[in-house]
Write a protein that binds this ligand. Structure first.
Ligand code: PLP
Length: 378
């Protein structure tokens, strides 16, 4: 990325050679992202991240024949799920404010959605289905290929938020059968503030920002060249990682983390343990502790974890994902998300495994409820 902050600083829309150099770099990045997703380069629209990609998919789609953006009109119907990221959930809430009815499909205790629920939820006026590929809190992988088939049969647009899936599991947009798919750079070791939306050829998309004809008139504004170059390189490395078994290595670290923690901590469990999951995410509850206190306690010792979605940290509400799975609010509040990455080593794991049980024990000593319960059992 570095040269694109300095010696290669041309505007990719300019005709002079500085511009042409950056244009070529942007197009190379587009090819790399297309390889990661299994699509044509022309089907990739660069955005400022996953949130913009989700918004562009939900608000930018155009009903063929209608001129104005916004596929769904008051009185129309959209299907999503109860466990989406707020980038999708709050977009759907906005659709509701505009008079569009939204059905939020439920999940089971493992955090899985059911294709039959989607089939049953479809109506004659359903215009769009937007369901995530992998959940950001639990890592659960949803049956997106089945959703794609159902939407194709019903002739309804299908968007999937693949922000947490990209680089963790292979993505082939043709096999999923989606019309739109979002990714975000910072989830695959690219910088923050860059992402992309796959837009299937022939899908009419109106821009949300009006301006120049960048990104084939689908996203106006001078490109974030360095960010896009970073996303392209990250996509290239992700393809290599998926081919050389990196996911298996990360999954075995994750499994060791879970097994050892559960062996050493009572009244704890893995949320979504029984569901197919991305290899790097683990969501564990530790009854009788406050998740926020645990995050602070571990952070002071050098281990960064989170409660629920990072974006809602600070909010006192328990995670909407865990409560949708049927967790009691106190257990949802006592849940911690551990995220692993390709740089993590076995030594990092040893560090975490030794730290977590000690932290839980210390916090439980301060918990009046835990002390009452252990007093009853002893
Ligand atoms: N969708 C999911 C599933 C996410 O996890 C995130 C970010 O955490 C987003 C969308 C938003 O992406 P960004 O932060 O790039 O806007």
């Amino acid at each position: 990325m570095r040269p694109y902050f300095g010696e290669h600083f041309g505007n990719a829309s300019s005709i002079h050679h500085h511009g042409q150099e950056t244009r070529a770099a942007v197009e190379r990045a587009r090819e790399s992202v297309a390889k990661l997703l299994g699509c044509r380069p022309a089907e990739v629209v660069f955005t400022s991240g996953g949130t913009e990609a989700d918004n562009l998919a939900i608000f930018g789609l155009v009903d063929p024949g209608l001129v104005n953006p916004g596929l769904a009109r008051p009185g129309d119907h959209v299907i999503s799920s109860m466990i989406e990221h707020h980038a999708v959930l709050n977009s759907c809430k906005h659709l509701e404010e505009k008079g569009i009815e939204v059905t939020y499909l439920p999940v089971d205790g493992r955090g899985l959605l059911y294709p039959d629920d989607l089939r049953r939820g479809l109506r004659a006026n359903t215009k769009l289905v937007t369901i995530m590929f992998a959940n950001n809190e639990t890592g659960v992988l949803q049956p997106v290929e089945e959703f794609g088939k159902i939407c194709a049969e019903a002739d309804v647009y299908f968007h999937t938020d693949a922000v947490q899936a990209a680089s963790k599991v292979p993505i082939r947009v043709k096999e999923i059968g989606c019309d739109l798919l979002s990714i975000s750079g910072h989830k695959l070791h690219a910088p923050q503030g860059v992402g992309a939306l796959y837009v299937r050829k022939g899908t009419t998309l109106e821009p949300m920002l009006y301006g120049g004809s960048h990104e084939r008139s689908r996203r106006a504004g001078t490109e974030n060249v360095a960010g896009i170059v970073g996303l392209g390189k990250a996509a290239e490395l992700a393809v290599r990682g998926l081919e050389n078994g990196e996911a298996g290595r990360i999954a075995s670290l994750r499994d060791r983390l879970e097994t050892t923690i559960l062996e050493n901590v009572e009244a704890a469990g893995v949320n979504s343990a029984g569901a197919p999951r991305v290899p790097n995410t683990s969501n564990i509850y530790f009854d009788y502790i406050e998740g926020e206190a645990m995050v602070i306690s571990l952070d002071l010792k050098g281990l960064a974890v989170s409660t629920g979605a990072a974006c809602s940290s600070g909010a006192i509400e328990p995670s909407h994902v865990l409560t949708a799975m049927g967790l009691r609010p106190d257990r949802a509040r006592a849940s911690i998300r551990f995220s692993l990455g390709k740089q993590n080593t076995a030594e990092d794991l040893d560090f975490a495994i030794q730290l977590v049980p000690a932290s839980v024990a210390r916090l439980r000593e301060l918990s009046p409820l835990y002390n009452k319960i252990t007093a009853v059992h002893s």
